[in-house]
Design a protein around this ligand. Structure first.
Ligand code: IMP
Length: 183
């Protein structure tokens, strides 16, 4: 099986293709940007992007959208994760959490266009926000996120280690399990 993954993010592609390779699935990187709506859920953003792209791409493809949800901030930044990262960044999140509970989770929603319709698959990773930025691997919020049961942040992990815990890989597992049934 060969899957087309649309993303402009090299890190997302590297994580997903490393996992798929181990499962014997070839992943083709369709490196392009696309417009994302601002919505109130990560799922809406993911599905809307896939719907728009399905108007111009007739082959099967998938894409994903991810958000960081911090419980004591009522889920913020959630679907606003991209904007918040670009504006206040990791240090801004650490500042917001002074004297607050640090539980958080990542949510990834994969949208797969099978040539006819869009199917969605989610993956969640529970953890806590660290006290300071740690590590230089990965991207985005990785240096401030410690998966449950770990001591290292995702920014201190190799791709292989991150993939053992990752929201993205949980969504991917749900996806490839279903696609095998479907194909
Ligand atoms: P998007 O899915 O590319 O829209 O991501 C939203 C924001 O979350 C961006 O700032 C990303 O850098 C960040 N992000 C997405 N996935 C991850 C991840 O696996 N680890 C850390 N940050 C992430």
């Amino acid at each position: 099986m060969k899957l087309q993954f649309i993303t402009s993010n090299m890190h997302k592609f590297n994580e997903i293709s490393a996992y798929l390779k181990e499962s014997g699935i070839e992943c083709q990187w369709v490196k392009r940007t696309y417009e994302e709506i601002q919505a109130e859920t990560t799922e809406e953003v993911s599905v809307d992007s896939a719907r728009k792209l399905s108007g111009e791409i007739s082959q099967k493809f998938f894409l994903e959208d991810t958000g960081l949800y911090i419980q004591s901030l009522k889920g913020f930044p959630g679907p606003y994760s991209s904007y918040v990262f670009k504006t206040i960044g990791n240090q801004g999140i650490l500042d917001l959490l002074l004297n607050k509970e640090r539980a958080a989770y990542f949510l990834t929603v994969i949208s797969y266009f099978n040539g006819k319709e869009i199917l969605t698959f989610s993956g969640k990773e529970q953890g806590t926000i660290s006290m300071e930025e740690r590590g230089r691997t990965g991207f985005g919020y990785d240096p401030i996120f410690i998966p449950s049961g770990c001591e290292k942040t995702l920014g201190e992990m190799s791709i292989g280690e991150k993939n053992k815990h990752s929201h993205r890989i949980k969504a991917l597992e749900n996806f490839i399990d279903s696609v095998e049934i479907e194909d």
